[in-house]
Write a protein that binds this ligand. Structure first.
Ligand code: SF4
Length: 453
């Protein structure tokens, strides 16, 4: 029996898809590279934007047409499944099963039923299940893996649907996280990203001390654990809400060599008026002060962010505030997008929506500024040294190697290379820049972490 998983949305969805795929493979199913021939197709959906749901609906219609020609089991999971659930089944009869965010524990029973050719009958009136974290989110052959540590969000930013579809914050059991690190080390993973909607909200009772373990303490535990094995060398985390980014966390990042000095700190907007309307719970001044503390304690840190323009009521002055904040921080990278009304969120009913063409024009100005700053910061790095995790042979030239630095820069080693370096860390000099990819030459072969602190 073959399966195909199609994933939309955030890294959490990708981690969860990889986990479902691992479960299927452990039961003897084979991953198919062709959705048109798979016996089972699972669409893991996103609800963050209406366009994401529209795309998923298009894919459901596509598979509905395939189902008319041959047998196929179609499952929809993820945020859209949670949000619409029974409505989804009624609207799209081609969908065989809808598995909401809190129903992941039914996958085993569902797959057993499919294996025996019996239709799966969900248990009605079952008590509300707890959220189940991915058991292992490793993609095959990868040297990087996500490790989900928490799910959900209590922040209720007024534009965001996440708290409604993923629910309130739940922290993952510490022993499960540590066990997953062992599993990933066994599989040769070199880099992990601790994952959650707001990792800084992590709280879990520490059985050793009887106290509550917070995120900085978890990060330290993770570092001690990976040191024992010496296989995983780099630790990243995402995403962080600025209001919860503590000085203690800055100290841990500065102190722990394995923690990459690349920090994603979503600001969303530079105007205090808009930040308040978004319910972000920090001011521009507080955010800039936090950036100052990070930069003074971790001078080599790179910062990336999310920027949302065109929120209802945004004025030209508000946009100028965003542009000036971007310049003040000088981000290395940013995910930039314009506001899209999302039914079910508090901002949906706000007056003074910004016309689409004006939103696009403002977004273009933000993107232009960021691209210029990113290019300048990257150019300044040419000639410097870096440690690179070699990931694969280059797609364009089978003799060349491809990898990325601790700061997330893509790197290609030109000319004939030792292909056995794939999966290892190498010290190199960045010699040039083409587009967003550095050219580099290898200085020496190494296997250690490389924080510049
Ligand atoms: S912090 Fe805000 S933007 Fe992020 S998931 Fe929570 S509600 Fe959404």
């Amino acid at each position: 029996m073959t399966f195909f998983v199609e994933t939309y949305g955030c890294q959490m969805n990708h981690a969860e898809s990889a986990s479902v795929a691992a479960l299927l493979e452990s039961r003897g199913w084979t991953a198919s590279t062709d959705s048109d021939t798979a016996d089972l197709v699972i669409i893991n959906t996103c609800s963050v934007r209406i366009t994401a749901e529209t795309r998923a609906a298009g894919r459901i219609a596509y598979y509905a047409a395939i189902k008319k020609k041959r047998p196929l089991v179609l499952v929809v999971m993820g945020c859209m499944a949670e949000r619409l659930h029974d409505t989804l089944r009624k609207k799209y009869p081609a969908v065989d099963y809808v598995v909401g965010m809190y129903e992941r524990d039914i996958f085993s029973d569902l797959f057993s039923a499919l294996e025996s050719g019996i239709p799966y009958v969900p248990v009605d009136e079952k008590p509300a299940a707890a959220y189940h974290f991915a058991a292992s989110s490793l993609e095959k052959g990868a040297f990087q893996s996500f490790v989900p540590i928490m799910n959900g969000c209590n922040n209720f930013c007024t534009y965001c649907i996440v708290p409604y579809v993923r629910g309130r914050e739940v922290s993952r059991d510490l022993s499960e996280i540590l066990a997953e690190l062992d599993l990933l080390a066994d599989r040769g993973v070199r880099e992990i990203t601790l994952l959650g909607q707001n990792v800084n909200s992590y709280r879990y009772p520490d059985p050793d001390t009887g106290t509550v373990l917070d995120f900085p303490a978890l990060l330290e535990r993770v570092c001690r654990k990976i040191e024992e094995r010496g296989v995983i060398q780099w630790v990243r985390f995402t995403s962080s809400h600025p209001k919860d980014f503590s000085d203690e966390l800055i100290e841990v990042i500065a102190r722990e060599k394995a923690v990459c000095n690349m920090i994603h700190l979503p600001v969303q907007n530079g105007s205090n008026r808009i930040l308040k309307a978004m319910n972000r719970k920090y001011t521009r001044e507080e955010y800039l002060a936090l950036v100052g503390r990070i930069r003074s304690r971790i001078p080599g840190a790179t910062l990336s962010t999310d920027i949302l323009v065109g929120f209802p009521g945004e004025t030209e002055e508000d946009l100028e505030d965003t542009l000036s904040l971007m310049q003040a921080v000088s981000y290395d990278a940013a995910f930039m997008y314009h506001y899209n009304p999302r039914e079910g969120t508090a901002a949906f009913d706000l007056p003074n929506r910004i016309p689409d063409d004006l939103k696009k024009e403002r977004l273009a100005r933000v993107i232009e500024l960021q691209h210029r700053m990113s290019r300048e910061r990257m150019r300044a790095r040419v000639g410097t040294g870096a440690v690179v995790l070699v990931e694969s042979v280059s797609r364009n030239n089978q003799d060349e190697l491809f990898g990325h630095t601790e700061l997330g820069d893509m790197v290609v080693f030109s000319g004939k290379q030792d292909l056995s370096l794939v999966g290892h860390f190498v010290s190199c000099q960045l010699t040039g820049l083409r587009g967003r990819t550095f050219r580099a030459k290898i200085l020496e072969n190494g296997g250690s972490a490389c924080s510049s602190n």
